[in-house]
Structures are given as structure tokens and as C-alpha cells.
Design a protein around this ligand. Sequence first.
Ligand code: NAD
Ligand code: WQD
Length: 373
Amino acid sequence: MAQLLITGGAGFIGSHTCLVLLEAGHQLLVLDDFSNSSAVALERVAELAGTRLQRAQPTLEAAPDALTLVEGDIRDAQCLEALFASAKAFGLPIQAVIHFAGLKAVGESVQQPLRYWDVNLVGSQRLLRAMDQHNCRTMVFSSSATLYGYPSPEQVPIPETAPIKPINPYGASKHAVEALLADLARCSGAAEAIQASGGGWRIARLRYFNPVGAHPSGRIGEDPNGIPNNLFPFITQVAIGRRPELTVFGDDWPTPDGTGVRDYIHVMDLAEGHREALHSLLRADPQMLTLNLGSGQGASVLDVVKAMEAASQRAIPYRIAPRRPGDAAISVANPSLAAQQLQWQTQRSLTDICRDGWAWQQANPNGYGDGCR
Ligand code: NAD
Ligand code: WQD
């Protein structure tokens, strides 16, 4: 059992990963500002894990439980200091951080670059500083396949060694955090740095491809704010009747059916990938892992439409529109390094993704509900 800090643990990927980590026997402190999530997600995680959700201030008035939720911002250095110090005072020092908290909407990042750099980079830097001050030097970081920009066709499936060319402020901010983590890993390799800081860093930079789907219970899932930017939640909302039709962005891409091809990864596979990355770091010497988390399988927009029609037994009307600016034709992972280093690979198919995503959408037509945020 390890005492873990999960930033952004109430969000889509964070909530599913919290469940997997609770089931693995870890004790979790979640820090979230609910800017894009609801505490209801964590109440349901607690229910699925057979535990209760304890709510606390950053000063932790009582010893943390299996799942403790603290409302706060990763940019708030005082909040971070209180959290690390209080956990230590209760004899449960934070041993590792899984860092999901951040802003992720590509289009919004183009409109609001300062906000994106502030939350994603400044927030990460403050968190890393608090970790360093408290001798907690193990982090699993949510990076993204968006770092690969427009991969050239000969690079697909994309290995981790592919050129890093972010094409928007969101991607640039993820790239900057990856660079900061690489500097930490490098500096902790130097003998004098280890002496000065008391130990080396264990870091995993996980580059997710397209996370989708939901826990098979239908109790937790993705709950985007407003009109979804991403294909999968948009399709499930068309299937349930919340939106009249899907707009397919281009049918003239150089792909088998002309629509964009992506590597959709079931969020439970992704959550299990985090568990394996964490365990790998905790049992090894200081190191840095940089891994693609994807299935290695490509699916086109129309493949996803068909799979969701089959899962929901409903027609999904769509119309073809021009390409969306900034899109790539194909993005598919080469996931062999993660298989080799973590003995992890995806277990769930596009059919499973659609079945579970549809179960979540059907049981929760309005997500976690109005007024929950
Ligand atoms: P999400 O928005 O559902 O979760 C992010 C969580 O962080 C939310 O609960 C939000 O309230 C919280 N948060 C945001 N700013 C915060 C702050 N300043 N302080 C504290 N909490 C804050 O997103 P997600 O899909 O679960 O993504 C999790 C991480 O994975 C993000 O860093 C994202 O960039 C990255 N990622 C996501 C995808 C994807 O397609 N979903 C792909 C690649 C990488
Ligand atoms: C998938 C395919 C669209 C919506 C984004 C971010 C990326 C990462 C994951 C965080 C594309 C098509 C979409 C619609 C459509 N996030 N589409 N109609 O663009 O691969 O990746 O999320 O790190 O950074 O850019 O995902 O789901 O938006 O699009 O036809 O209404 O679906 O053109 O081919 P994308 P997506």
C-alpha cells in the first residue's frame, strides 16, 4: 500500500484510475478544483470500491482515509504545502503523485494561452517544488499524443522516438512539462544533485492517445462541459438524442474510408496502465519512463459510428463537413515499449468501448447532473 496524491482525480481519467488504485489497495488523497468535474464522480468511485469518501481541508483535520478529497488548486503553493505537511504529520507521507490536473481543450488553448500555460505548466512546477521539498520524488504525468503534432504517414504507428512538434498551446504546455521532468531526471542522475536533494526522481511521462469509454458499471464516465469537442462523447450524445446529428470533419483524408483515423483506448485500460507505471516506478531505482499508452489499432470516424450504432441499437445520423483545422489524418500508437516495460497492453476492443460508453450515457443522460460541478 502506498499513500498517493492524485491531482485532478475527480476528472474523466482520474476517477477511473482512482478506482483501479483503490482496488489495488492504495490510499488516495485527491486534489481537485472541480473546474471541469464533479465530486459526485468520486462519491461513485467510493461506492464502487466499497469505501466512503472523506472530505477534508488541505490541513487534514483527521488522518486520511482510503479516499480523501481536498478541494484546491495545484497552483496554490500554500495548499500544497499544507497537504504534504499534514499527511506527514499523520504518519502517512505522500509517496507518489499521479498528476492529471490540467486543462485539455485544444481550441480553448488557442483562445486562452496564458490560462493554459498557467494551469498546465506553472501548476505542475509548483506541485513538483512541493514534492521536492517533502522528499516525494515519484510522479506519473499525464502527457499526450498531441505532442507528435501532424505525424507523417511513415511514422504511423507512432513510436516514442517520433519528432515532438506540438501544434497548439495545449500541446506546447504538455511539452514544456515533459521537458521540466526530463531536467529533473537528468539532474537527479548527478551525484551532487542526489546529495543536495536527498534522492533521485522516478518519473513516468505517459502519452495517451484517445481515451474513451467508461467503467462497465455505467456509474462513472466522461461528462464534458457544454458541447463536446471530441468525437466519442459527441456520438453518444447523438445516440441518446441530446444532439440531432454528428458532423464528420472531412471524408477526403488519405485513409481507407476518407475519415480521420485514431487510436481509441478504453479508459479502464488506460487506468490499468497508470497502475502498472506506478508499480514499476515504486519497485525500481530512480528512472524516467516515457511511454505511449494506446491500443495500436486505428479506427475511423465511420468505424466508431458503426460500432456505436451496434452497441446502442440506434441510428446515428451524420453529415459530412469540411476538415477541422488542426486535424491530422491518422494518429495511431506503437505501444510496444509500454508492453515491454510494464507488461501492459490494452485488453478491451472498440466494441467494449462502445458498450461501456453507451451504458454510461444511457444511465446518466445528463452526466453527473446539473448543479453538481
Ligand atoms: P478532465 O478535465 O476530466 O480532468 C482534469 C481534472 O483536473 C478535472 O477534474 C479538473 O477539475 C481538474 N483541474 C483542472 N485544473 C485544476 C487545477 N488548477 N487545480 C486542481 N485541479 C484542476 O480531463 P481528463 O480527460 O481526465 O484528462 C486528465 C489529464 O490527461 C489532463 O492533464 C489531460 O491534459 C491529459 N490528457 C487527456 C486526454 C483526453 O483526451 N482526455 C488525452 C491526453 C492527455
Ligand atoms: C477524433 C476524430 C476528428 C469530433 C483530441 C486532442 C488531443 C487529445 C485527444 C488531449 C478526428 C473527428 C471529431 C466531431 C468528427 N487530448 N471528429 N466530428 O482530435 O484526435 O484528439 O483529443 O491530450 O490533444 O486534439 O480527438 O475526438 O476530437 O477527434 O468528425 O464532432 O474525430 O476530425 O478525426 P483528436 P477528437
